[in-house]
Design a protein around this ligand. Structure first.
Ligand SMILES: [Zn+2]
Length: 277
């Protein structure tokens, strides 16, 4: 079977599994990624067996500070070329197997969906994905609703949104599997679901690359995050031009057009989000 055919049948299988979501997803501009050489990745000390884990300062080798301020407040932080994330000791945040919306950028709607939506009912138990420390426990009326951000020793931060209730407070230490909240539909949400995000130093990663909700397991023991796969977005301001945006973001108009499926002459409007890398 040729590689191309394998790819097409794989796409078909996915499309058959998620008839609704893939139609929005299949036009997604995607950066083709080659296989990354494992040799260049240095295993950090914290993943070595027997290494003591400091839950009071989770992943302090990566995060310069502990702050309860924002979900992604890492503007001045230098992202390493790669981060090895150990998935050991995980717990699925919900036993639901139904994905209701996938991760990704929807150019046509100008919508950036940085998490995975999993169907849960109001009152369903939501559990901590790993051991960690609660960094944010807050309510945001127009966005996440009742939500939590937990920082884990493996370098990951997980976000749990639209909860009906939060069961933990900021700076609480939690263990994988601990009930941390109840499912709901608070904030900008239609219908009860869990909005689940995975981030490294504020950079969102598709949770489906690590967590396989339909099969209730993780995809592998380790996930390696590469800086060069980082997606960059730009919110258009009034007076912006494609050339100006390209210059500002050290990219080309051609690249922006390709990433967003738009032409060079496309009208861009203030407030619209464009992917620029
Ligand atoms: Zn969502």
């Amino acid at each position: 079977m040729s590689l191309k055919r394998t790819f097409i049948s794989a796409v078909f299988v996915i499309a058959a599994m998620f008839p609704g979501s893939v139609t929005a997803q299949d036009k997604l501009p995607s950066k083709a990624m080659g296989v990354q050489p494992m040799a260049s990745v240095a295993m950090p000390q914290h993943v070595s067996p027997g290494m003591a884990v400091d839950l009071e300062n989770p992943a302090s080798y990566l995060y310069p500070e502990w702050s309860n301020a924002y979900v992604h407040n890492y503007v001045d932080v230098v992202l390493p070329d790669s981060v090895v994330i150990s998935m050991k000791g995980y717990c699925m945040p919900t036993d639901s197997t139904r994905i209701t919306d996938t991760y990704g950028y929807r150019p046509r709607r100008g919508r950036l969906h940085l998490g995975l939506d999993v169907k849960v009912l109001t009152g369903d138990t939501i559990r901590a994905a790993f051991d960690g420390k609660v960094r944010i426990s807050r309510y945001e009326r127009r966005g996440y609703g009742h939500y939590l951000v937990i920082r884990h020793p493996n370098g990951l931060e997980t976000v749990y949104g639209h909860l009906s209730r939060k069961l933990v407070e900021e700076n609480d230490i939690v263990h994988a599997g601990d009930p941390i909240g109840l499912g709901g539909s608070t904030g900008r949400s239609t219908g009860s679901h869990l909005h689940f995000e995975t981030r490294v130093l504020g950079n969102a990663i598709n949770p489906a690359k690590m967590f396989d909700f339909p099969n209730q397991r993780v995809k592998s023991d380790y996930y390696v995050y590469y800086k060069n796969t980082k997606e960059v977005y730009y919110k258009v301001r009034s007076g912006d031009t494609l050339i100006g945006i390209a210059l500002k973001n050290e990219t080309s108009v051609a690249n922006i057009c390709k990433l967003n499926g738009i032409s060079r002459n496309a009208t861009i409007r203030a407030g619209q989000t464009l992917r620029v890398n």
